[in-house]
Design a protein around this ligand. Structure first.
Ligand code: AMP
Ligand code: MG
Length: 482
């Protein structure tokens, strides 16, 4: 599995704390992500007679594994916290896939570390499974994301008062990521004026994610530009599928450009830029429509943190310009495909997209269903969802004519508008079945859902095609205190 101890251990000592997982009793493997295991070149049976359940439980240490917790800081809801760090995660090592790429292998829910503050270092089973579902949905949609290789349930009981499911078995999940270097990692060293460590981490990120930039005349500026670009493309991909991360704190933003930390995230139902699901996001800081500007803010924090090593400081305006140039290109290109009009010049997009979004907002049209069913209207006035929901809007008939005249490519639309997303009610239903207060329940609905989410552009079974709950009955909230 591991050829050598994790390369991050060569970083200055203040970057991490060596720490073993604190074992959980009676581990029981509830998820093994076989497609991911295959992609990584990992065979489930290779550990025999030890088992993966023992690895996740922290009772079997893989050869060459030297476990540690990473130090980082971060801005949470805009407030700087000088020390966060892995409070309930432990890095086990790095696996090299058949293409030669390195991936972090980390446990989450594996006990306390120096960074735990008042936390118990644990993760209840439901949020561990929720992360598995949503991250597989993201991977199925082709969006860069950290993923879950496996989840165990334990007989240990976790209490989370004031949440919907206050008593649950402890879960431990194994997370695979291109790396776990965050904006908050750079903030940590900048805030502590540890500029040698800051430089070392920047070099590490360059080597790991952007090795082609190492020979640049100004490599740290090149790194910053590359992260801005990667994050712009990531946020555009989120916006195109209606994904709301929910807690875009700087410690939850990677330098690799992968989605990380699936706490209170969810997919939007009816189109509304102000949509928020997180119960603690009272002011809507991380609402759907705010995500690009929050990303800019986070990236400006990154540029300020890198200032001591940057060849030339980057001004906030420049961060914003670089971000929006990449974001708008990526978003516009994605929208052209969603509307089947990629064969037209980009400037023609807005004349079609702006009124459509206006109508969707006014008519409370479901984001996913609208785009998915639009293709049916290319040649005839079928009685379909988009038509039913928006035909009373004064702009509708003119809009349909204008769009049809552009001769939309329906096959392109099918490939770019998912038929199924990880709808809140589907996710909840699967989790309710999978977890009881003191045991694992019926995992079949969860496995069936994940299977469907892996091919989101194919026509799903009727059950998954169901409409979202009508607005008003939809008091769905997600919880961060996981
Ligand atoms: P998150 O909200 O998951 O991004 O976590 C923010 C910070 O809180 C990170 O430093 C986590 O390691 C820490 N944290 C969250 N939950 C726990 C817990 N149950 N025990 C210890 N630390 C935690
Ligand atoms: Mg986090």
């Amino acid at each position: 599995m591991f050829d050598a101890p994790h390369t991050y251990l060569k970083q200055p000592p203040l970057c991490f704390e060596r720490r073993d997982p604190v074992p959980v009793p009676n581990p029981h493997m509830v998820v093994w992500n076989e497609p991911l295991a295959v992609a990584l070149g990992i065979d489930y049976d290779t550990l025999s007679p030890a088992s993966w359940a023992e690895v996740l439980a922290g009772t079997y240490r893989l050869p060459h594994s030297e476990p540690f917790a990473q130090a980082y800081a971060g801005h949470q809801y805009g407030n700087f916290v000088p020390q966060l760090g892995d409070g309930r995660a432990i890095m086990l090592g790095e696996v090299r896939d058949p293409h030669g790429r390195l991936w972090d292998v980390q446990l989450k829910g594996s006990g306390t570390t120096r960074f735990s503050r008042n936390g118990d270092g644990r993760c209840p089973l439901m949020p561990a499974l929720r992360e598995y579902i949503i991250s597989e949905a993201m991977a199925g949609l082709g969006i860069p994301t950290t993923r879950t290789l496996g989840v165990i349930a334990s007989s240990m009981i976790i209490k989370r008062p004031h949440t919907l499911h206050p008593i649950q078995p402890a879960g431990v999940m194994m997370r695979i990521a291109a790396s776990h270097i965050r904006v908050g990692t750079c903030e940590y060293f900048a805030a502590h004026q540890e500029y040698e460590a800051l430089k070392a981490v920047a070099d590490y990120a360059l080597q790991r994610h952007y090795p082609h930039l190492m020979e640049e005349a100004r490599p740290y500026e090149a790194l910053l530009r590359a992260v801005i670009h990667a994050q712009a493309e990531l946020i555009a991909a989120w916006m195109l599928v209606g994904f709301i991360h929910g807690v875009m704190n700087t410690d939850n933003m990677t330098l690799s450009g992968e989605t990380i930390d699936f706490g209170p995230c969810a997919f939007m139902n009816h189109y509304d830029p102000a949509t928020v699901f997180s119960s603690i996001d009272r002011y809507g800081r991380y609402a759907y429509g705010n995500q690009p500007s929050i990303a800019v803010w986070n990236l400006w924090v990154l540029s300020e943190s890198l200032r001591p090593v940057l060849e030339q400081p980057m001004q906030a305006d420049q961060v914003r310009e670089l971000f929006y140039a990449a974001f708008e290109r990526s978003y516009a290109h994605g929208m052209q495909k969603k509307l089947g009009i990629a064969h037209h010049a980009e400037q023609t997009l807005w004349a079609v997209l702006t009124p459509l979004l206006t109508m969707m907002h006014a008519c409370e049209a479901d984001y996913t269903l609208t785009f998915r069913t639009l293709a049916e209207l290319v040649n005839h006035d079928a009685e379909n969802y988009a038509q039913q929901t928006m035909h009373t809007h004064p702009l509708w008939h003119g809009w349909v004519q204008q769009w049809r005249a552009m001769q939309p490519d329906t096959a392109l639309m099918q490939r770019n508008n998912p038929a199924v997303i990880a709808r809140n009610h589907l996710v909840e239903e699967a989790l309710e079945a999978a977890v009881t207060p003191n045991d694992v329940g019926d995992m079949r609905p969860l496995h069936a859902l994940v299977e469907t989410l892996r091919t989101p552009y194919a026509e799903p079974q009727e059950k998954y095609r169901t409409q979202p709950p009508p607005k008003g009955s939809c008091a769905y909230e997600t919880f961060c205190g996981t």
